[in-house]
Design a protein around this ligand. Sequence first.
Ligand SMILES: NC(=O)c1ccc[n+]([C@@H]2O[C@H](COP(=O)([O-])OP(=O)(O)OC[C@H]3O[C@@H](n4cnc5c(N)ncnc54)[C@H](O)[C@@H]3O)[C@@H](O)[C@H]2O)c1
Ligand SMILES: [Zn+2]
Ligand SMILES: [Zn+2]
Length: 361
Amino acid sequence: MRGALLHAVGDDKLDIRDDFTLAPVGPTDVRVKIKATGVCHSDLSVLSGVLPMPLPVIPGHEGAGEVVEVGDHVTSVQPGDHVIINWTPACGDCAHCIGGQPHLCMTFVMKSFTDARFRYGGDTPAFGMAGCGTWAEEIVVPWQGAIKVDPDVPYEAAALIGCGITTGVGAAINTAKVRPGSTVAVVGCGGVGLSVIQGARLSGASTILAIDPLESKHELAKKVGATHAITPDQLMDAIGTLTGGQGFDYGFEVVGKSAAIMTAWQATRRGGDVVIVGAGAMDDTVPLTAFNLLFEGKNILSSLYGGSDVRHDFPFFAGLYKAGKLDLESMISARIKLADLNDAVAALKNGEVLRQIVVID
Ligand SMILES: NC(=O)c1ccc[n+]([C@@H]2O[C@H](COP(=O)([O-])OP(=O)(O)OC[C@H]3O[C@@H](n4cnc5c(N)ncnc54)[C@H](O)[C@@H]3O)[C@@H](O)[C@H]2O)c1
Ligand SMILES: [Zn+2]
Ligand SMILES: [Zn+2]
């Protein structure tokens, strides 16, 4: 089967090849035929090394497809079911899972560094990003990594729910618990930032400021719910006119850079919440002093995978989509083929695109 392989961090091209095979389906595994998969900035971060993965690796973690085979012990899905891939499957047994934070489960994250589920060129092993690797025609994942979804939801929309929507809308609804009438600033208006904006809109925020250096992103940010849009250098003026100089109740960082975290910090009022959604590098230090951290009275919240329990949230977001409350169509800037992934990666690096969705027939 076909897939896109990264041999080494920093390679300028993915190796798109047709000779991948899969590990056999174990008793608790599910084999999924991928029908749609997105290009998220986290995929770029695997290519650049910002997100460390075992190599060689098939990127891709935002995906949806059809179950084609299940292990003997699997009861949650059966062949023919439509599923969304969960890139942090929850084991159900560890302290995080039992404590109600399944998005922090490390069980399968650790396994993804040792279990190479793909083979190519005969018998050379290859890993899947976060244990998934949705930039391949088929994948094998633990049953917790394939969540059943209403077949009425198109695969493209289901794929977006697999990362961007759950991460962004979840950050607003689950992590920040944005209150009706509140003021929200969102730093970074890619696929995930637009999802935060939609979550803030759904939560009833009265002012939603989109912040992105690329003016081309502003119009779409407004289309999905932002009330205002600026470039980062206009922030102080916006704080003055939109919040009377106080700052916003919530500042979301959705870029993955310390500079953007500082923009979100500056945007947030005393006592407000600074929500970290972007996935930054291990050596990118945020210049906040001990004095800032106490006396500005701001709360820094981490929002991994939207703080979601995807067993609840995937169907929940699918329901919001079906009810016309989530605009997923506006977030798709192109429908492409697996063979186009190198161009898609280059386009996302340039920043002018939103979600590009690989559609596999
Ligand atoms: N927390 C999670 O679980 C999770 C899940 C998925 C993605 N992410 C991360 O979220 C981030 C955003 O992902 P995406 O797919 O939306 O990315 P994207 O590349 O589509 O969008 C990023 C946007 O940020 C803008 N930007 C760049 N520098 C900026 C700055 N200094 N200030 C304001 N805006 C700036 C860019 O112009 C672009 O519009 C990435 O770091 C990604 O890895 C995190
Ligand atoms: Zn993602
Ligand atoms: Zn667990």
